[in-house]
Design a binder for this molecule. Structure first.
Ligand SMILES: *[C@@H]1O[C@H](CO)[C@@H](O)[C@H](O)[C@H]1NC(C)=O
Ligand SMILES: *[C@@H]1O[C@H](CO)[C@@H](O)[C@H](O)[C@H]1NC(C)=O
Ligand SMILES: *[C@@H]1O[C@H](CO)[C@@H](O)[C@H](O)[C@H]1NC(C)=O
Ligand SMILES: *[C@@H]1O[C@H](CO)[C@@H](O)[C@H](O)[C@H]1NC(C)=O
Ligand SMILES: *[C@@H]1O[C@H](CO)[C@@H](O)[C@H](O)[C@H]1NC(C)=O
Ligand SMILES: *[C@@H]1O[C@H](CO)[C@@H](O)[C@H](O)[C@H]1NC(C)=O
Ligand SMILES: *[C@@H]1O[C@H](CO)[C@@H](O)[C@H](O)[C@H]1NC(C)=O
Length: 375
């Protein structure tokens, strides 16, 4: 072997080694977006209060930390930190960006007329605890009423120019059956179609009603239906409360044992302030709240509110510049990514193939087969 040919072999090998050394780390690690910590809030702003995560547009402290109208209070003056909304009567436990809701705990009953059933009716302010236009009682709540021959309705404003209307209502125990032997059998009148496994199922003097729409709650109106069995009406306490749909059904034992101290309710929220005159998301208005390039804007004309969504294939905080980041679909379980073959993530999407040496359909389980060699 001559010296020239040895060099001709060695130089490309050395070059390849250098190139491999330079390229390997980049090729072996996922795209840098995956490594960057997920942004939650504005720079130098607290994004947790106790164990509650507070993503922008929500925030507390200096005004640069939240969108106008979406400021919260992190109260550390009484024991563990509490994240409070509005006038402080509502405690925030979860903030969801994806479906624009917050879960808040609200103290106790709206109406407790136990032992005071002589009145012709009650009109109790809901005492919603917030004055900002940013919040609405979500449709995913329900009205729960106990008592005998008690009818209760919840009134709410559902749009700026639409007068207050009933968004939920039911009557509890409107049937009293005098069995004739001195004992009284009372039955609840059900106004919900599917009462399987509901809190009031099989419970005397209880009814629960879904909301027909969401809205800004006004008041609860309740009264007694005419009954010739006024005495029986006093048998059962007359109470009214609102809770997140399904919560009573899951906490029925707790409620039976302790009564209702507080209940979660869901509020819809949107960005309603701090924007110039607009006709919805058009004309660049949408980019003002929806700062992520990979997000889109939704406008609810009825409430005049904006919300933002990350585009398909992206996840994160659409209210922050660079907040929506690529989802690495390949890290999801096969059932979710719908890829059972070799998965290659790309920005905003992914590629799914059958592994080398196999063929078939990689998006179904066991869909890739070995190529048989017959030679
Ligand atoms: C955040 O705080 C650091 C240190 O206090 C400061 O240097 C930096 O300028 C602040 N950044 C912003 C955006 O306020
Ligand atoms: C947050 O803390 C409260 C009590 O301080 C606890 O009941 C709740 O389960 C915690 N939530 C989470 C998500 O850890
Ligand atoms: C939010 O800010 C407004 C105006 O500064 C203030 O009146 C309100 O009390 C604040 N809300 C909370 C929950 O801190
Ligand atoms: C929003 O999402 C959360 C978490 O997935 C869920 O618990 C809540 O019920 C949703 N809100 C509505 C109004 O469906
Ligand atoms: C009974 O109800 C009436 C009418 O709502 C109210 O004025 C009165 O204070 C109530 N009495 C008691 C003891 O709660
Ligand atoms: C009332 O009770 C009697 C005897 O228990 C029963 O036969 C009757 O069907 C009941 N009526 C109603 C309306 O429930
Ligand atoms: C309702 O009021 C009665 C009488 O004041 C009281 O005994 C009862 O504990 C109250 N119920 C609840 C669930 O707060």
């Amino acid at each position: 072997m001559s010296q020239t040919s040895a060099a001709a072999v060695l130089i490309p090998v050395a070059l390849m080694l250098v190139m491999a050394a330079l390229q390997l780390p980049a090729a072996a690690t996922p795209p840098p977006a995956q490594q960057a910590p997920r942004m939650i809030g504005q720079p130098n702003c607290s994004t947790t209060c106790g164990n509650v995560s507070v993503p922008y547009p929500f925030g507390f402290g200096p005004s640069r930390c939240y969108w106008p109208g979406l400021n919260l209070t992190c109260d550390t003056s009484h024991g563990p930190p509490q994240l409070l909304l509005g006038d402080g009567t509502l405690r925030v436990t979860d903030i969801f960006l994806r479906n624009a809701t917050v879960r808040v705990m609200r103290a106790g009953l709206i109406l407790n007329a136990t032992g005071n059933l002589t009145s012709n009716g009650w009109n109790v302010p809901f005492g919603r605890g917030f004055t900002e236009h940013a919040y609405y009682l979500s449709r995913a709540n329900e009205l729960v009423v106990s008592g005998c021959s008690v009818v209760a309705t919840l009134l709410a404003d559902i749009g700026e120019k639409i007068p207050s209307r009933i968004i939920a209502g039911c009557a509890s125990c409107s049937t009293i059956n005098d069995s004739g032997d001195g004992s009284t059998v009372v039955r609840g009148l059900r106004m919900v179609d599917n009462l399987e496994n509901k809190y009031c199922t099989g419970t005397i003097g209880c009814c629960q009603a879904p909301f027909t729409v969401g809205g800004v709650p006004n008041s609860v109106q309740a009264g007694l239906l005419y009954s010739s069995h006024a005495a029986e009406q006093r048998l059962l306490p007359a109470t009214v409360f609102v809770a997140e749909e399904g919560w009573c059904d899951e906490n029925i034992l707790l409620l039976r044992a302790n009564g209702l101290e507080e209940a979660p309710i869901l509020l819809d929220w949107s960005v309603t302030r701090g924007l110039p005159q607009h006709k919805g998301c058009d004309d660049g208005i949408g980019r003002m709240p929806c700062k992520s390039e990979r997000s889109s804007c939704l406008y609810d004309g009825q409430v005049g509110g904006f919300t933002c969504q990350c585009d398909d294939g992206y996840d994160g905080n659409p209210y922050l510049a660079g907040g929506c980041q690529d989802i690495d679909e390949c890290k999801l379980p096969h059932e979710e990514s719908r890829c059972f073959g070799e998965c290659i993530n790309s920005i905003g999407s992914m590629d799914c193939r059958c592994p080398h040496g196999t063929y078939g359909n990689p998006v179904i389980k066991g869909g890739c087969f070995k190529i048989c060699r017959t030679e």
